[in-house]
Design a protein around this ligand. Sequence first.
Ligand SMILES: [Fe+2]
Length: 251
Amino acid sequence: MKKQTTSRRSFITNSAKATLAVTAGMAASGSMMKAWGAPEYLDGSKFSTGFQQEPLPYSYNALDKSIDAMTMEIHYSKHAAAYATNLQDAAKAEGVDTGRPVEDVLAKISKYSAKMRNNGGGHYNHELFWKSMSSNSSEKPSGKLSAAIESSFNSFDAFKTQFGDAGKNRFGSGWAWLFIDGDKKLRIGSTPNQDNPLMDISDIKGFPVLGLDVWEHAYYLRYQNKRPDYITNWWKVVNWNYIQSRYEGAI
Ligand SMILES: [Fe+2]
């Protein structure tokens, strides 16, 4: 089994329930792993997300070459924190076990309230977003992800253009995604609001590898209405090491 993420470790560590211990043991089997954190056809379980906000993995000013410190602080400590709080409220009201990964709820989000959909997606998307950036990033991926991007989109530059267009062309608020579909192929798409490809109601379905927040709250202080400039600069801080591990862990 490959290395576990912090969220997965903390999920197991924090679990005092015997039932969860049993479940964690069962997770060693492939079939159970595929039931966690990703559609059945993908093994994305090692990246499962809890209901609590994790600490930001860098300082607010760490990504300043792309995103200013005040935007990061408001985004993390206000917007994203509110999604987590509201998600926990919805989970309590709707009888959801918050000891489970939030992906379990997202996969069946059509059965829950709009509050669960908006805040469950909001929480998951932002937890992924923070990990997807780094102050010490490489310019491009390598290894299996690099090869898959080149075979799927012809070149890394063509991929960046297509992904950027998905973000630029998303009307209103939403996200651009690089995701793995049911045939384990890389795909690009976008979702409105806080939806994501894990949701059963989504037009695009699969395991999210990379997500870009194109809500105005993600960029407005520095870029105002210039979303394309934000997207162009965002590539400078993409944490390709993490994105590669997500891809390789899910295929
Ligand atoms: Fe956001």
